[in-house]
Structures are given as structure tokens and as C-alpha cells.
Design a protein around this ligand. Structure first.
Ligand code: SAH
Ligand code: SF4
Ligand code: F3S
Length: 453
């Protein structure tokens, strides 16, 4: 078979990272090999994110860049197919087609399993000299997973497994319910099969993915109604899985049973990404978050009872419409109270079609910037404090790749910290994919370092 090159640029969240990996899987039998530069690719896919304005705008500037490469190839008599997938495609597919004629096809997060067909169709239309353009943004999910489950998995130490998609929560700032569609949980039977396949391929750490991963529910092999805790317990029994993580969770679905899994199960890693968004109850209400700051802090307290060393991560939005200095102060107080091991924080970005974009009293840009830098300074300090707190300890680290220095490897601690481990140049290769004990002897804001214990 003729070898062709596929370049995919991934924007946005881990769901998109997962989708990109699957696109590579579906194109492999068609003779497409992944490449890390777009210039000489036969197929370029932009797997896009619509969550904030900046992310979406970047896509159009990237399309402009790729257009030049496509023109150069054309002069040499070669075709490049340019596809835009992901959440911008879902939200504004028709607009992309209009605004960027150079784009050959647009497809959403739920139709990319059809990529081989779409590419072949596009190429045959091209060879007939017709203007070939394809728009496929349906939102039915089940067919996609049926198709994807049939593909082989690559050998690696850590892998994502999407168990749930979409969102019914409709936070007033967020586009996800519109770009990914309604909440959908995959069948437990299929998930167990996929998980066993991963374990066989050598995966020792699996991260269960979903926009609302803890809203997962399904019917088990013996007819019981299961939610995420039962699924985690089942997957932990699979030979080879030593670490299980899940993301992203909503406070609304943090059940007691799920908290208990953190206390009971050594495979369940002591790290939880639990976005709160804001500390002011008035703002949380306007965001339609369904939790308040007290109920969020209760969850963290109960979680720490189960697993005292658990590392907490979060997401924050500053400058949501109507946010006053007083409201923002409450966010800072909540952060001081919870003490995050790491976090993501953003300026509120009005998104077309969401209720918050229509609200009065939008906050001025300079106020948003000022609040964001104050919040980020505090979060950064907390991250440094957390990293410093593990100096002198021995942590188990899953080695994922080569380190910054020739004689070092890179991995993750149970708490999701990035770890640089000095091992000696001769050991760099053999340690890939292994879990090793590391004595931590240094730390800064973004990573910790150590030596084999
Ligand atoms: N499902 C997850 C997060 C999905 S989006 C949850 O419920 O928390 C990831 C993060 O992007 C959100 O947690 C939020 O902090 C941020 N985000 C979403 N919409 C945004 C917007 N309009 N402006 C700024 N940040 C936003
Ligand atoms: Fe967006 Fe809220 Fe759904 Fe998270 S829970 S994806 S923030 S609507
Ligand atoms: Fe972005 Fe879509 Fe993920 S909007 S954050 S890529 S679900």
C-alpha cells in the first residue's frame, strides 16, 4: 500500500487528545502514518477547541498557515487534504466552510470514525476536478465507539479511555453541551473489553475520560445499575492495571461511594481534578453550577478523610458577568481554604449561544486581567508549596519518556506531579513504562526531581 502522511494538531482538552489518537488508529489501515510537521502531509487535521474565544480564533490563523503549504504542494502536483474537526467544527462548521474555502472537510467530535470514507470521497472528487467539500457534524455517539473498538491499540504505559461523553449540566458560560451533545455513557461490557485490550498491550495506568466522567452510569455484566465507583472497582481487577485516574468530575456527581473508592483502592490515584469555577455563591448560582462553596468544601473535607494525602486540582473562571471585588475575594478565600496542588484559571470568555454571553454587567477586560494575575500568583504559590512538601519522600513514579537531561527520565508521581529522575544514561531506555520508587530531592513550581530509591 502507498504510504501517506497524516498530521494532526490537537487543541483543547484530553477528550480531544483521545480523539486524535483514535483518528490516527482509523487512518492507519488506509496507509497513513503520523508525522509531526504539516508541510509534507497528505492529510492535515485540525482537531479544534471552542471553549474560549482565543482557542477558536487560533484555528483560523492556522488554516491560513496551512493554506500556503497546500498551495506549495499543489504547484508540485501533489494534493493535501485539509480537514477541520473537533468542537469549533461542531459549533461553526458552516461558517468555516464559508470563511475558509481552502478547507476540504469539516467534521464534529462524533463523526470522525468516518474519516477514511470522507478522505477517500474528497480525493475522488478532487481527481474528477470537482470542488470537493464535506460537512459531517451529526451528534449520535454509539456508532462511533462501535467502530473505534475494533481497532488495535498501540503498546504504551499510560492511556486514556473515554467512558462518557457530552454534558447535560449547562453551566451558563460553557459551550460543551452544544459541541459534544447530551450526556452519553458507553456500555460497561464494551469498556471492560477495551480496558482488557489496553492491559494486554502493556498499559499500566489508565485515565478514564469524560466531560462529566462521574456522571457515568450503565448496566453491569450481572444486570446491576453501576456508576463510576463500581466501574473503577471492576477495572482495578484487570491484571496489569496499577493506576487508575479519572477526569473531569463535577462536584454534583461526587457521591460518597466514589469518595470511598479513593480510601479503599490502592489503584485509584490520590489526585482529583474537581473544578469549582468560583468561590461566591451568588456567582455559582448565576453560573448554574448546582453546588455552592460550602458543599464543594464539604466534598474536599470528606475526600481528605478517606485519603488524607490526596492532591486537589481545580478550574477557575474570573470576571464572570456581575462578579464584584467582594465575589472575587470569596474565590481567593476558597483557594486559601482548599489548598490546591495545581489548577487552571481563565478569564471569562463570552461564547456565542450561551446564556452568560447575553448577561448584563459584563466585566471589563482590565479587571479580569488584574483578578486573574492575583489568582494565578496564589495558585502558583500553592503548587510550589505542594511540590516542596514531598521533598525527602519516596514516591512511586511511572516513567513516561526521556528527561530533560541525557541521563534523566520523565514521569508522573501518584499526585500527577511531573518528575525528573536522574538514572544514568544507560538506564534511560529500559525504564520506559516502568513504575519505580524515586527519592525526591528537589522541587520548584512546575516539577519535582529525584533519584532512584
Ligand atoms: N466539564 C468540566 C470542564 C469543561 S471545560 C467541568 O464541568 O468543570 C474546562 C474549563 O474551561 C472549565 O472548567 C472552565 O473553567 C473553563 N471554561 C469553560 N467555559 C469557559 C468560558 N466561557 N470562559 C472561560 N473559561 C471557560
Ligand atoms: Fe461545561 Fe459545566 Fe458541562 Fe463542565 S459541567 S462541560 S463546565 S456545562
Ligand atoms: Fe474544547 Fe471541546 Fe474539549 S470545546 S475543552 S475540545 S470538549
Amino acid at each position: 500500500m502507498e504510504k501517506k502522511k497524516l498530521y494532526i494538531k490537537t487543541y483543547g482538552c484530553q477528550m480531544n487528545v483521545y480523539d486524535t489518537e483514535r483518528m490516527v488508529d482509523v487512518m492507519a489501515p488506509e496507509g497513513y502514518m503520523e508525522t509531526d510537521t504539516p508541510e509534507d502531509a497528505d492529510l492535515v487535521v485540525l482537531n479544534t477547541c471552542h471553549i474560549r474565544e482565543k482557542a477558536a480564533e487560533k484555528v483560523y490563523s492556522d488554516i491560513g498557515r496551512i493554506r500556503k503549504m497546500k498551495d506549495t504542494k499543489k504547484k508540485d502536483g501533489e494534493e493535501m487534504v485539509l480537514a477541520v474537526g473537533g468542537c469549533v467544527a461542531q459549533a461553526e462548521g458552516a461558517e468555516i466552510m464559508k470563511r475558509a474555502p481552502v478547507v476540504d472537510m469539516v467534521f464534529g467530535p462524533q463523526t470522525y470514525h468516518n474519516l477514511p470514507d470522507m478522505v477517500n470521497q474528497s480525493l475522488s472528487l478532487k481527481s474528477q476536478g470537482e470542488k470537493s467539500r464535506i460537512l459531517d457534524t451529526g451528534l449520535a455517539v454509539d456508532e462511533k465507539f462501535d467502530q473505534l473498538s475494533k481497532k488495535d491499540v498501540k503498546k504504551k504505559a499510560t492511556a486514556f479511555l473515554t467512558i462518557q461523553e457530552g454534558c447535560d449540566k449547562f453551566c451558563t458560560f460553557c459551550v460543551v453541551p452544544y459541541t459534544r451533545g447530551a450526556e452519553f455513557s458507553r456500555s460497561i461490557e464494551d469498556l471492560v473489553k477495551d480496558a482488557e485490550k489496553l492491559a494486554k498491550a502493556g498499559v499500566v495506568e489508565v485515565t478514564l475520560l469524560g466531560q462529566n466522567v462521574n456522571a457515568f452510569h450503565g448496566v453491569s455484566e450481572n444486570g446491576e445499575e453501576w456508576r463510576l465507583p463500581q466501574l473503577i472497582r471492576r477495572l482495578a481487577k484487570i491484571d496489569g492495571f496499577e493506576r487508575i485516574r479519572y477526569t473531569t468530575s463535577h462536584p454534583h456527581d461526587m457521591t460518597d461511594e466514589l469518595l470511598k473508592v479513593h480510601g479503599d483502592l490502592k489503584e485509584c490515584m490520590p489526585y482529583l481534578h474537581l473544578p469549582v469555577q468560583a468561590g461566591s455563591d451568588r456567582i455559582l448560582k448565576a453560573m448554574n453550577r448546582t453546588h455552592d462553596s460550602a458543599s464543594y468544601k464539604d466534598i474536599i473535607r470528606d475526600l481528605r478523610k478517606e485519603r488524607p494525602d490526596i492532591a486537589i486540582s481545580g478550574d477557575f473562571i474570573v470576571g464572570f458577568p456581575g462578579e464584584t471585588d467582594e465575589d472575587f475575594k470569596e474565590t481567593m478565600e476558597l483557594v486559601r481554604d482548599v489548598k490546591y496542588a495545581q489548577a487552571y484559571s481563565f478569564k471569562y470568555s463570552p461564547r456565542p449561544g450561551t446564556p452568560a454571553a447575553e448577561m448584563d454587567d459584563q466585566v471589563e477586560e482590565n479587571i479580569k486581567s488584574e483578578r486573574l494575575s492575583r489568582l494565578q500568583a496564589l495558585l502558583k504559590q500553592q503548587q510550589a508549596d505542594f511540590n516542596n512538601s514531598v521533598i525527602g519522600k519516596t514516591l512511586s513514579v511511572l516513567i513516561e519518556g526521556k528527561g530533560k537531561a541525557e541521563d534523566a527520565v520523565f514521569g508522573r508521581s501518584p499526585y500527577m506531579q511531573a518528575v525528573q529522575v536522574k538514572v544514568g544514561a544507560d538506564k534511560v531506555e529500559e525504564l520506559q513504562g516502568k513504575i519505580v520508587d524515586v527519592k525526591i530531592n528537589g522541587a520548584n513550581t512546575f516539577y519535582i526531581e529525584g533519584i532512584l530509591a
